[in-house]
Design a protein around this ligand. Sequence first.
Ligand code: ATP
Length: 311
Amino acid sequence: IGAALLLGKCLQPIQQGVGGWRSFVDAREQYDRLNGLLSRFPEEGVKMPLPEIKGHLTAKNASVVPPGGRVATLSDVNLDLPAGTTTMVLGPSAAGKSTLARALLGLWPTAQGEIRIDGAEAKNFDREELGPQIGYLPQDIELFDGSIAENISRFGDVDPNAVIQAAQDACVHEMILALPDGYDTVITGSRGILSPGQRQRVALARALYRRPRLLVLDEPNSNLDEAGERALGSAMATLKAAGTTILLVSHRQGALPIVDYLIILEDGRIRQQGPRDAVIAQLQASQQQVQQTAQQQPQQPKIKAVGKPEN
Ligand code: ATP
């Protein structure tokens, strides 16, 4: 009995080693993957600081290929959006709207042509400096493990006044106060106590943190109810009044009244763009033309239904 007990004790570390082997192999694989990923994105050198951005966006013959992809999902884009204006991007699914949003922020580089913010290409900015001047609400929202205040302040120094202002701008202050620990309520990245609509509104507050000069909202209302939609409209109006350049990608037309420019994308190309009213007039004219052409087409002779001959 003593020998069996001793043998069991002696074999215990080996048994534990065998049990933990799978985790060890997993950790090694993940370490190799992480190293491979980091080597594809070498560390950036020190960049000369540039003045604070105003938010003037320009694109010249810009084409964009998603990272790791081969086909351009945005081609030959030319645009000039003055600082402080609000632009709405419309278009069917897979038209390239999100690609345009990412490219304008410099998240996806141009394969051809150029995209500039205040005359400088995004890659020429120090990301640490450019980041805080930009607000981005992507289509797939990601919140991170931490408190609501930390999430809104982008996990930098939590400035309570700026956090509350961002929450008030996003009309989400009262909703946060109603949570069990208010701004200190801990949320998790994947799930938690927030509904999809609430997550979207907290993510909107994060995008509005410290009132950025450039705000890009990609389908910000996909999970919002009527109150959330109103809050979004009021947030955009506040930021517009503060001089922020806003780019809004949306299928819904609720924000049209405060929009200055419209861009219509189709198959990765700009089909129409310009001041809002001019683009709407063009769309209405082409719709009328289509209707008129349909009316002018010769009518097909009606085919009589063949039934049983009447007696
Ligand atoms: P939706 O309204 O459905 O969000 P969208 O207009 O925003 O669509 P994008 O998301 O820009 O369209 O996608 C444009 C095209 O780019 C699509 O054909 C899509 O398959 C492709 N695409 C998007 N992201 C990637 C990626 N990471 N890698 C490869 N192709 C991509």
